[in-house]
Ligand binder design. Structure first.
Ligand code: MF3
Ligand code: CO
Ligand code: CO
Length: 261
């Protein structure tokens, strides 16, 4: 697989696009409330990104009609914002933001609760986020890439949830999706982390069975058994001794730089 190693100049640009993508998620939190439509949330994100001289990468990507993906409850990913879709108390919502700033992409998503939500929702989101965080502890040069999937799958299954197989993380840079594929389950390959690699990790975790299906709109992916699904995503840079979370948000209980000695 011909993945790229980013130059210092590219890394500088990706730090900026990563920061902007994180800021979109920080900014949008207060709008995720009952009675708000997903289209309104989409439009607020769109305007914020444009004001910062950046481009919402999802808009028009393979024909995707909106600027961010918004995926509620049993929607696993690629939910299309709509006037008709109104948030209600208890919903769990993923907002997935990809921006292009100065020709470089950054991609990140997190879960939000609409008002009070139940224990299962809270646990599912917590385990999903922790599975992503756990994988950050092992990233440094010369460690095999497949460790990410091993750690995430083990963590998720130990907690009696299931990991979606159909979608994976990806290299990212001057393109949205670059090699390598970053699998969130056990697999084998002969890639090792190298300083200057940039990729996403974005586990999708289901409360029930791992199977998913795509709806007739060609985008919206739901769990087959209609159980809840959660996802968190970060854009990660491999450094000399660990990794940097380029899309790190102020509210996160992890450092933005991991030293993994
Ligand atoms: N942001 C998604 C990812 O993590 C891709 C969304 S593609 C879109 O890779 F077209 F649905 F926006
Ligand atoms: Co992604
Ligand atoms: Co994404």
């Amino acid at each position: 697989m011909n993945y790229t190693i980013k130059t210092e100049t590219e890394i500088k640009k990706m730090r900026k696009s990563g920061k902007l993508a994180a800021e979109v998620l920080e900014m949008i939190e207060k709008y995720v409330q009952p009675d708000v439509s997903t289209e309104e949330i989409n439009n607020i994100c769109h305007d914020f990104i444009k004001k910062r001289n950046a481009i919402p990468a999802c808009l028009g990507y393979h024909g995707f009609p909106k600027s961010v993906c918004i995926s509620i409850n049993d929607v696993v990913c690629h939910g299309i914002p709509s006037k008709k879709e109104i948030l209600k108390k208890g919903d769990i919502v993923n907002i997935d933001v990809t921006v292009i700033k100065d020709n470089y992409f950054a991609d990140t998503s997190r879960m939000f609760f609409v008002g009070e939500t139940n224990q299962l929702c809270k646990k599912l989101c917590k385990i999903t986020q922790e599975s992503l965080y756990a994988s950050l502890n092992i990233i440094k040069p010369k460690i095999p890439f497949y460790k990410i999937g091993e750690i995430i799958q083990n963590y998720v299954e130990k907690n009696n949830f299931s990991i979606v197989r159909e979608y994976c993380g990806h290299g990212i840079g001057s393109k949205f999706h670059e090699p390598p594929n970053v699998l969130h389950y056990k697999s084998c390959n002969n890639i090792f982390f190298e300083k200057g690699m940039i990729f996403t990790i974005e586990p999708m975790v289901n409360a029930g069975h791992s199977a998913v299906e795509c709806m007739k709109d060609g985008w919206t992916v739901r769990t087959k058994d209609r159980s809840l699904s959660a996802q968190y995503e970060h854009t990660i840079l491999v450094t000399e001794e660990g990794c940097d979370v380029l899309t790190w948000q102020k509210n996160e209980k992890i450092p933005s730089k991991f030293i993994n000695r």
